[in-house]
Design a protein around this ligand. Structure first.
Ligand code: PLP
Length: 364
């Protein structure tokens, strides 16, 4: 079996895969109602929220679009706090739907600077919402969301959070940190295949929703809410992924959120220590290095494409390269969801063999 260590899709436990082979059921019937209610309750526990949580059929990007079109109107001013590819994507969606986006871009590999966010909010009082990526998968950086949130709330703005590669793996108490819309995706820490975006909403998000005029149909939260009250989704749900999620959430609650978060921290430390022991350096500033994805700088002659190919073909280890302007400059190890220190040890052992074959000359 491949050791799939990309930052999503992530490997799924056998029980989760098994669940997807179940026969289809009536998505307007009592059996579905029971599954949907149960999954929604469990998600609320893992989101650490008492607010609404919806399951949307689509990938994480669909969830980002849903967050924007449900809370904003064309012409609304939005502050985008971007530290990589996904932060920029969130901003592009808002622009596409007519928001006036003020981009606040930080150097890739670094976290957002909270004081700069404060200054931007001071400078432009008409900003209505702030877009933030909790965990920037493209650079392996986790923002200090608690501090960003307290600044955003000091100015009483709406906070829309891309938590696609953090929620369920890295601590994110949605209510305590006053996140108004929080988005995640099934293929990340949830140990489930791609196909579902999960989003939570605060009371403030509902107030914004009642005035939001951006065009929407498939993603409309009013429809999602009224159908959820009947134990349904407005449109035909991706049943096999829901069956899978039902099993994975049970596993996650059995392990316990605190233990899951601690496991991710341990595994990430093993990845970072292993990388450094090979003479490589982290791309992310270490204080903000992510516990779900480690980005490694390609230095000293390292050909990342060759590295990834040999790892895949000869060691069945699958890692990710860099995206956009980081192509060829970094490679990334995903360690979220169903992952232990042993999986990372196997990656580090394979890297030790392959790095010299891919041109890396260790300083040590
Ligand atoms: C932080 C972040 N945001 C957004 C996305 C986009 O999600 P999807 O590919 O499921 O649309 C990803 C996926 O890698 C991500 O990691």
């Amino acid at each position: 079996m491949e050791n799939l260590r990309i930052p999503g899709p992530t490997p799924c436990p056998d029980e989760v895969l098994q669940a997807m082979t179940k026969q289809m059921i009536n998505h307007r019937g009592p059996q579905f109602r029971q599954i949907l209610n149960d999954v929604t309750d469990k998600l609320k526990q893992l989101f650490q929220t008492k607010g609404d949580v919806f399951l949307l059929t689509g990938s994480g990007t669909g969830g980002l679009e849903a967050a924007i079109v449900n809370t904003l109107s064309p012409g609304d001013k939005v502050l985008s706090v971007a530290i990589g590819v996904f932060g920029e994507r969130f901003a592009r969606i808002a622009t596409q739907f007519g928001a006036e986006v003020t981009p606040l871009q930080f150097e890739w590999g670094k976290a957002a600077d909270v004081e700069t966010v404060r200054q931007a909010l001071q400078t432009e009082p008409r900003i209505k919402a702030v877009l933030v990526t909790h965990n920037e998968t493209s650079t392996g950086v986790t923002n200090d969301l608690a501090s960003i949130s307290s600044v955003v709330k000091e100015f009483d703005k709406l906070l829309l959070v891309d938590a696609i590669s953090s929620l369920g793996s890295i601590n994110l108490p949605v209510d305590d940190w006053h996140c108004d819309v929080t988005i995640t995706g099934s293929q990340k820490g949830w140990m489930v295949p791609p196909g579902l975006a999960m989003v939570s909403l605060s009371q403030e998000a509902w107030q914004a929703h009642s005035k939001a005029k951006m065009p929407r149909f498939y993603w409309d939260f009013t429809a999602a809410k009224s159908y959820l009250e009947k134990g349904q989704t407005p449109w035909t749900p991706v049943l096999p992924i829901l069956f899978a999620l039902s099993v994975s959430l049970e596993m996650m609650l059995n392990e316990g959120l605190t233990n899951i978060i601690a496991r991710h921290a341990r595994v990430a430390k093993a990845a970072r220590d292993g990388i450094k022991s090979l003479g490589l350096s982290l791309f992310a500033e270490e204080n903000y290095a992510s516990n779900t994805v480690t980005a490694v700088a390609a230095s000293d002659g390292l050909d990342t494409k060759k590295l990834l190919r040999i790892l895949r073909e000869e060691h069945q280890v699958v890692l990710s390269g860099g995206q956009q302007r980081l192509d060829g400059k970094i490679f990334r190890i995903g360690h979220l969801g169903w992952v232990t220190e042993d999986d990372i040890e196997a990656v580090i052992s394979a890297l030790k063999v392959v790095l010299p074959q891919a041109g890396f000359r260790s300083a040590s």
